[in-house]
Unconditional design. Structure first.
Length: 224
């Protein structure tokens, strides 16, 4: 018997209250609970019986009693490790696939040529960097507000990968000044760094978006 939207939302809220704070982990667990309950519910099942069956399924899933009455602490930590491993493999695979594509290599080359041509024009370079940072800022605000990135373990880790090129850029820009006493970096050097790191940034953001769509698709199927 299929569950109603209200019953699914009840389970979702219950999972959240039991300590499953990341919505992507909740979606996976919600899918499991809903599938299990659909095999047990009948048209005669009362609301009380439904809640009892939910509790029974929770316990089978790993719910344990504690000083706060109960929760999914062990299950949650195990899921976090699995998702962390999955995210690491996913972003590395995405980088490999993207950088092996001719289209990506062509865009990188064209971007490098553009920067190389204008490498002595500091105004163009500054505006290019500024425009890129504005686009990243918009993407960051978009994901953190609409998609609640920091409430999702998968998106949270993907955001770390997506923003990692910015940290690398700072290292490449400031380490030569600190360790090699360069007062002014070569324009060609700056051009090469920007041309190499921007694609990583774009691929990371694209991976972040695909991760969200994947999880959201499962959630929509459960609710609709």
């Amino acid at each position: 018997m299929e569950l109603t939207k209200e019953q699914i939302q009840f389970i979702d809220h219950r999972l959240e209250n039991e300590g499953i704070k990341y919505w992507d982990i909740r979606i996976e667990m919600l899918d499991h609970v809903v599938s299990d309950l659909e095999n047990k519910l009948t048209s005669e099942t009362s609301e009380y019986d439904f809640k009892e069956l939910v509790q029974e399924t929770f316990e089978n899933l790993g719910w344990k009693e504690n000083f706060n009455s109960g929760g999914f602490e062990v299950v949650f930590l195990r899921k976090c490790k699995i998702y962390a491993k999955y995210s690491n493999k996913g972003i590395i695979s995405e980088y490999k696939k993207s950088f092996s594509a001719f289209k990506t290599l062509r865009i990188i080359l064209l971007f490098f040529l553009y920067l190389f041509i204008f490498r002595e024009n500091t105004t163009v370079i500054k505006y290019t960097m500024g425009f890129g940072l504005i686009l990243f800022g918009i993407a960051f605000i978009f994901f953190t507000s609409k998609y609640k990135v920091f409430n999702s373990l998968r998106l949270n880790r993907s955001m770390i990968f997506a923003t990692f090129p910015l940290s690398l850029f700072n290292c490449f820009m400031f380490l030569p000044k600190v360790f090699f006493d360069y007062e002014k970096l070569s324009s060609t050097y700056i051009t090469a760094i920007i041309a190499l790191l921007v694609p990583f940034l774009i691929i990371g953001i694209n991976f972040l978006y695909k991760e969200f769509k994947s999880a959201q698709k499962i959630y929509n199927k459960l609710i609709d």
